[in-house]
Design a protein around this ligand. Structure first.
Ligand SMILES: [Zn+2]
Length: 342
């Protein structure tokens, strides 16, 4: 008998119990990380060669299969690989019985258990005396990004990830402390949330879009300008090791991983906001030397959620629903990246 799953089986444990039926054994197989389609509780199946076959959700992340059979040692003969659990039945069998367990509508609680092994550190840019970009009196980057960061935290937690924030209030946190915190938490991902600003007033209608940056020597003028702006607070911290020394140390692999993460986050952010807000400019995934990413020992990206100075984008960023869509996109992108990584 083969049980097919829509995703890889994590682990199968088995044990036996005495059965009521004469000469039969009750075999219990626990498939960890598996779940029945929603609304399906315990299902009963009948096969010619076994006395009884039952399947049910034993706990949110454990699917239990109970087989009563007169065959011996079934629990020792089972095997699993990738998406298939095979339980060989010998007596009077037409080889194997195929059965598909659809797990397409997997409950979020299952994802929770699976995702728990990953930790994400969210860094809301700026804070306290460092306001970041601002526009039109009331629009402040430090406020916008803290809101996105908080929404992102709860969305990632819903997906089951362990999440920490470098700041949870309007407080000033030095840049080196942000990645040092992520390293201490052994984060798998570091994501710094920002909002951009046009370099001068006359360009407010020109500069727009969602941009993702990862660390690597800056190439474009626009990337250099963005980095210069975000780095300005860093000039107060001259006692930090030099950026170039660090840049020469980051591995090719980490650059590639950060780039991949950036692409996933960018794709999902655009998808999320465009569904409700139509065209939102794709600013791309680019490299730049952001101090806040320096020192991160894990894939790290800096997300510019939009231009606070752009008339439409600035207005969107002040809207809670829009910020929630941004957070959805970032969370889905992170999930996508981590799923591919497995
Ligand atoms: Zn910023």
């Amino acid at each position: 008998m083969r049980l097919y799953f829509t995703s890889d089986i994590q682990r199968v444990t088995s044990f036996t119990l005495p059965a009521k039926e004469e000469g039969a054994i009750k075999y219990v197989f626990d498939i960890h990380g598996a779940v029945l389609p929603q609304g399906k509780g315990i299902s009963q199946h009948s096969f010619r060669t076994i006395d009884s076959f039952r399947m049910g959700q034993n706990s949110p992340d454990k699917l239990r299969v109970v087989i009563v059979s007169k065959e011996k040692n079934l629990n020792k003969k089972h095997s699993y690989e990738a998406k298939v659990l095979a339980i060989p039945l010998i007596n009077g069998q037409k080889s194997t019985i195929g059965m598909v367990t659809r797990t397409s509508s997997i409950m979020s609680s299952i994802y929770s258990r699976i995702n728990k092994k990953y930790t994400v550190v969210i860094d809301a840019g700026h804070g306290g005396r460092d306001g970041g970009a601002s526009c039109c009196g009331n629009k402040k980057e430090k406020k916008v990004v803290l809101s996105v960061a908080k929404k992102l935290k709860s969305k990632l937690e819903d997906k089951g990830y362990k999440v920490y924030m470098t700041r949870t209030s309007d407080s000033f946190v030095k840049l080196p402390k942000r990645t040092a915190f992520a390293n201490k938490k052994k984060a798998d991902i570091f994501v710094s949330i920002h909002a951009n600003a046009a370099p001068k007033k006359s360009l407010r209608k020109v500069f727009k879009g969602i941009e993702i940056y990862y660390l690597s020597p800056a190439k474009t003028q626009r990337a250099k300008e963005a980095a210069a702006k975000e780095n300005s607070v860093m000039f107060e911290d001259k006692d930090y090791y030099t950026k170039n020394a660090y840049l020469s140390l980051i591995s090719r692999e980490k650059i590639v991983e950060s780039h991949k993460l950036g692409i996933d986050v960018s794709n999902h952010m655009l998808k999320s906001v465009r569904q409700h807000y139509g065209a939102v400019e794709d600013g791309g995934v680019k490299t730049a030397n952001f101090w806040v990413l320096v020192g991160a020992q894990m894939p790290a990206i800096l997300v510019e959620t939009g231009y606070i100075t752009h008339p439409r984008e600035g207005k969107n960023l002040m809207n809670g629903y829009y910020r929630s869509l941004l957070a959805d996109g970032i969370a889905n992108g992170i999930e996508r990246y981590l799923k591919n990584k497995k």
